[in-house]
Ligand binder design. Structure first.
Ligand code: HEC
Ligand code: HEC
Length: 171
């Protein structure tokens, strides 16, 4: 075997073992759940009005656009000091849907047209395809409020866990 072939084989077996370890195997794993990445400033600043949305739910261009318009954030002023803003943006970009090697993130990124820069996860084709059996009336229930309130139904949403065993729709 040629030296370069050995190296490639070595790299791919190490990567495969790594992802098996990370996923824990089985249906719930396999890179299906988003990695539970955390940044203290993100956690503190981006969860005061709603849950902290895991970075793997939107592509880099969406986070950049959002972070450059925090003064007009969905009708709210969510302005941060420049250092905090830069650190959070860096964290979001590094773990964004198009930077992550997670399968769910891949599908989210692929469901967005190249020229589209959605600021809402709930507007992506991926989200809508996964929630088309839930009626608008269900989303409007008092205990839910809107589709944006992931954590009302997905108990593990802030940890990036959207597995079916963790879904409970409040009445
Ligand atoms: C002052 C309150 C406030 C803060 C602070 C805030 N947000 Fe928001 N955010 C909102 C509101 C209001 C909405 C719209 C929610 C709705 O329509 O139900 C929203 C929506 C979002 C959405 C879209 C959710 C969807 O519908 O898919 C994302 C993503 C988001 N925020 C990210 C962030 C990030 C990242 C930060 C931290 C830098 C942040 N938010 C800080 C108020 C806030
Ligand atoms: C009203 C409850 C509800 C809300 C709110 C909700 N979801 Fe869901 N979600 C569901 C249900 C139910 C399913 C399962 C659909 C199915 O299996 O057909 C689902 C499926 C999913 C899946 C696919 C799970 C899988 O294993 O295939 C993802 C990812 C997801 N939701 C993310 C989100 C995100 C992100 C938000 C917030 C922006 C959100 N959901 C808000 C109820 C909800």
């Amino acid at each position: 075997m040629k030296k370069w072939m050995q190296i490639i084989l070595l790299i791919s077996s190490v990567t495969a073992a790594g992802s098996l370890l990370a996923s824990g195997g089985g249906e719930e794993g396999g890179g299906r759940q988003l990695p539970a990445v955390v940044n203290a400033k993100w956690k503190a600043e981006c969860s005061s009005c709603h849950m902290a949305y895991p970075p793997g739910l939107l592509p880099e261009r969406s986070w950049k656009k959002m972070m450059s318009g925090l003064d007009k954030h969905f009708g709210e002023n969510a302005t941060l000091d420049p250092l905090t803003r830069a650190e959070i943006e860096q964290f979001l970009v590094a773990n964004s849907a198009d930077k992550s090697d997670n399968r769910r993130s891949h599908r989210i990124a692929q469901s967005i047209a190249a020229n589209d820069v959605p600021l809402r996860i709930t507007e992506t084709r991926y989200f809508q395809g996964n929630h088309d059996e839930i009626s608008p009336a269900t989303f409007k229930r008092k205990a839910i409020g809107s589709a944006s309130n992931c954590i009302a139904c997905h108990q593990g949403a802030e940890q990036g866990n959207f597995s079916e065993s963790q879904i409970k729709i409040p009445r």
